[in-house]
Write a protein that binds this ligand. Structure first.
Ligand code: PLP
Length: 385
């Protein structure tokens, strides 16, 4: 790869961070299964490799690859998505305040509410589909705004540029959890965010075989702080997981395009079905923020939520009758999954809050895979019948 060339996304997905191994010419980045590195004299080593918690060449390749895909300068990888989030939260001090999107991933909410709140980090949850909410929630102690777009499972969309403008006017750092969109569809740094977070367990990994997380930033100072905590707190991924993720990112653009193709077909099919009360998909003209989706995302992604007709038992029967869609938590893999947010992923959200967000007992969430779309539609048709 020519370091000065301006390669397109799909090219960088295959090559960024990876060049043939200098000793053997191996095309694929080796799995550097080592905990430590020989020093020629005390304290003299091949920077930055002194110990694998601090740095490991397989991880370095993945970090450079993900940084490139998010149009950022620095990538940092972690053992999970919540470990990546915890690293950002560790930059805060007791007494600081943060603004949290009101329907972030349950584990993200739990980390703030049950772990960091205890250490003196105060927080306010906000519906950030209205960027003015920043002005209402911010105090002179507010240091961070953390949100997802599209959200889970209601697929609401926040205007990253507008939120970043409001936050930056008050000196607040902006972090976008870009897990649902993936860098193929949305690049928050280019829209003004300071930090992008990923659960690479989802689309980036894409094969339901790795748990991982990542942060991508542009700012030198922020990078230094996060890099320090990555090493000091130590939630790093092993080299095998990094190698699996490097294999995955090579096909990320291909997979996400196919997820989008299939999801568009499934969403249109569900919208036209008499047993379905309503479909939420950012790619449908009926999505309340369709204009913003067009501006901010290349395409609408692979996640769909739908309210079925009937009650809880009808929803349960539908899920049990599906044969190709597997009932499971998680998302973003090549295989299609389906889940019931009120019983499964969002059971820990109090019922009133669920109702306020629209998570009804007949809401089902699909993670549309890359199988043949005709088979997926036939499975849904039969199960609805
Ligand atoms: C899964 C998920 C996380 C947490 O990631 P883990 O890899 O499970 O720790 C965070 N944010 C979003 C949007 C997720 O879907």
């Amino acid at each position: 790869m020519d370091p000065n060339a301006n390669y397109a996304f799909a090219t960088r997905a295959v090559h960024a961070g990876q060049s043939p191994d200098p000793t053997t010419g191996a095309i694929t980045t080796p799995v550097y299964q080592t905990s430590t590195y020989a020093q020629s004299s005390p304290g003299v080593f091949k920077e930055p490799y002194d110990y694998s918690r601090s740095a490991n060449p397989t991880r370095t390749a993945l970090e450079a690859n993900l940084a490139s895909l998010e149009d950022g300068r620095y990538g940092l990888c972690f053992s999970s998505g919540v470990a990546a989030m915890a690293t950002v939260l560790h930059t805060l001090n007791p007494g600081d305040h943060m603004i949290l999107g009101d329907d972030v991933y349950g584990g993200s909410f739990r980390l703030v509410d049950k772990v960091f709140a205890k250490h003196g980090i105060d927080y306010t949850t906000c519906d950030l589909t209205d960027a003015d909410a920043i002005d209402r929630a911010a105090t002179d102690k507010t240091k961070l705004v953390w949100f997802e777009t599209p959200t889970n499972p209601m697929l609401r969309v926040a205007d990253i540029r507008a939120v970043a403008e409001r936050a930056h006017a008050r000196g607040i750092t902006v972090c976008v959890d870009n897990t649902f969109a993936s860098p193929v569809l949305q690049r928050p740094l280019a829209l003004g965010a300071d930090i992008v977070c990923h659960s690479s367990t989802k689309y980036i990994g894409g094969h339901a075989d790795v748990v991982g997380g990542a942060l991508i930033v542009n700012d030198d100072g922020l990078h230094e702080k996060l890099r320090f905590i990555q090493n000091a707190a130590g939630a790093v991924p092993g080299p095998w997981d990094c190698a699996l993720l490097l294999r995955s990112t090579k096909t990320l653009p291909l997979r996400v395009e196919r997820h989008c193709d299939n999801a568009e077909k499934v969403a249109a099919f569900l919208e036209g079905h008499k047993r379905v009360r309503g479909v939420i998909y950012p790619g449908l003209e009926s999505h309340p923020q369709r204009e913003l989706v067009r501006r901010q995302m290349c395409r609408a992604g692979g996640m769909i939520s739908a309210h079925l007709q009937g009650g809880l038992e009808d929803a349960r029967k539908f899920l049990e009758a599906l044969r190709l869609f597997t009932i499971a938590e998680s998302l973003g893999g090549v295989e299609s999954l389906v889940e019931h947010p009120a019983i499964m992923t969002h059971a820990s959200v109090p019922k009133e809050q669920r109702e306020k967000l629209g998570i009804s007992d007949t809401l089902v969430r699909f993670s549309v895979g890359i199988e043949d779309p005709a088979d997926l539609l036939a499975d849904i048709e039969r199960a609805l019948g």
